[in-house]
Ligand binder design. Structure first.
Ligand code: MRU
Length: 348
């Protein structure tokens, strides 16, 4: 039996600074980056030193604490104004993962409701950030358990395909889709995982495979275009992915390539699950068409390592996320249970 808890924590508050695992260096180097200012936190989020929707939310919450600590004046009204600016700076880093906006707004609400002095406000903000982190850990563990109830009942052990990274690194420390996979492994129900490499940033090859190896979970890395072939060969019992933003109707934005995975899952009758905390649901948006999709630097496509692999003169298009229509999703697994996409609004 593997332990249900992971010892990988991507974001750690450490005496007025934040320590982040540098996810741009894994798996070759396991380094930490120390973040002491709002600007450093904004850079860490934008440059994907910290990444994955819930982990970005936790990091941004601590970014707000850093902003409050940097204020040296003695006016609470001025500090609240400054916090609005800090929130605006952090919100500009990445547009798609709603946890970023959710966490910052939660921190601003905490600040606005505080009735104490400046020092009480600072310590309340730190507690609020710690709560966001702790809640995510517990939420992911609940998602892991609810996931067990919807996984297909097959005579053999399950083989599950996943995309991008949704593990400890992408959350406070347990994982959403990878959390369900981890729970299935602990319950003795998992034969192994197929991890899409996840072009262009290779979160599957670099991060998911590394996390599985740390936990002793058998993992097979494939390139994204091999998923349909694996399903045709009956190698996959279920697909589980995470989410960056889910709209009220269940449409789901996740890492680019998720949509095509859902289409081929439908074609092969393979159940397609989304695992995400309710903090990833944006009930203010009706459909996935309203989700802002981040476009990243073309170099992520035309360059491998330091080597250019495409002809000068070619054009590039690099959307970092796509939207999977709710109709392709078998169930959304949340901390309150697994529901059909259309039933999501009942959990609001
Ligand atoms: O660009 P990234 O690496 O931040 O994208 C991450 C994903 O798309 C994850 O699947 C998603 O955030 C869910 S993480 C639990």
């Amino acid at each position: 039996m593997t332990s249900l808890s992971s010892s990988i924590y991507p974001v750690v508050w450490d005496d007025c600074k934040v320590r982040l695992i540098d996810q741009t260096r894994l798996p070759n180097q396991y380094n930490f980056v120390e973040v002491g200012t709002v600007e450093e936190m904004a850079f860490a989020i934008k440059s994907m030193i910290v990444r994955g929707a819930p982990a970005i939310g936790v990091a941004a919450a601590y970014g707000m604490v850093l902003g409050a600590m940097a204020y040296k004046g003695d006016s609470k009204a001025e500090l609240l104004e400054k916090l609005e600016l800090v929130g605006a700076t952090l919100k500009q880093t990445r547009p798609t993962a709603v946890n970023l906006f959710w966490a910052i707004d939660k921190m601003l609400k905490t600040a606005g409701e505080n009735t104490g002095d400046l020092s009480a406000l600072r310590s309340q903000l730190l507690s609020a950030a710690k709560n966001i982190q702790e809640d995510d850990l517990n939420t992911c563990k609940a998602i892991g358990q609810h996931g067990l109830s919807v996984l297909p009942d097959v005579p053999e052990k399950l083989t599950i395909l996943t995309h991008c990274n949704t593990g400890s690194l992408a959350t406070a420390g347990y994982g959403t889709a990878l959390g369900v996979i981890r729970s299935a492994f602990s319950a003795g129900r998992l034969a192994g995982v197929y991890a899409d490499e996840t072009r262009p940033r290779l979160q599957g090859a670099k991060l998911t495979a590394w996390e599985c190896v740390q936990e002793g979970i058998p993992v097979t890395v494939i390139t994204d275009s091999m998923a349909a072939h694996c399903m045709q060969k009956n190698l996959i019992h279920a697909v589980i992915v995470g989410a960056d933003r889910i709209t009220a109707n269940g449409d789901t934005a996740n890492k680019i390539g998720t949509y095509s995975l859902a289409v081929v899952s439908k074609m092969h009758n393979v159940p397609f699950f989304v695992a995400a905390p309710l903090s990833t649901v944006d009930f203010s948006l009706d459909t996935g068409a309203d989700i802002p999709i981040e476009e990243r630097d073309s170099a992520e496509i035309y360059q491998v390592g330091d080597t250019r692999i495409c002809a000068e003169g070619a054009n590039f298009y690099n959307p970092a996320f796509d939207v999977t229509p709710a109709s392709l999703i078998t169930a959304i697994i949340t901390e309150k249970g697994a529901v059909k996409p259309l039933e999501l609004k009942n959990l609001k």
